[in-house]
Write a protein that binds this ligand. Sequence first.
Ligand code: GRF
Length: 212
Amino acid sequence: MTSANSSLSLISPDLPPAPPSNATPAKIGVLASGNGSNFEALIQAIADGQIRAEIPIVIYNNPDAAVAARAQRWGIPAVLLDHRQYQSREAFDFDVVQALVQAGSEWIVMAGWMRRVTDVLIDRFPKRAINIHPSLLPSFPGIRAIDRALAAGVKITGCTVHFVTLEVDAGPILMQSAVPILAGDTSETLHARVQVQEHAILPRAVRLAIGQ
Ligand code: GRF
């Protein structure tokens, strides 16, 4: 059984190209803390013409985050803002917002952004910040969602794309995909199948949010 076949997702694998339009592309700033595979799914969908958008900046907060090299390969400026250098969450978010705005961002996609956000960010991008989370919210919000789903013994988990609000992983849901938990699943095997679905729904949900 392939990972794609073991999904209960009803979402087809192919997202058709965005309809032609003279409208200027949406500018989406990306925030990421780690690997960046969701960022790559998004930029690939843009490159394939499935979303009429540009990513003017990727901001990352961990110096060794692999997303930086991925962004550079796509020719996208990658800016390190290390939260450890800041006195407060608000001061950190202030600089994040400054960098996003200076790059021309109209939307934010948090593609594995492992930071709680403050009203400094939410107020500047109301209903324009989107997050992806590896569970079927409202189940298992917060950290270690995959491990907690395994520990709880649920038979189906998945992923959710939602608008960001001050409450962690609790904003309005844009899209979800279900993934069954199989006998013998480990954190790694389950996360790998959840990520296949994340990469499918993130571009779709972004396209939905920006109205294309
Ligand atoms: C994803 O599983 C996402 O749901 C969670 O962090 C992970 C990021 O993965 N918030 P990647 O860095 O995009 O590969």
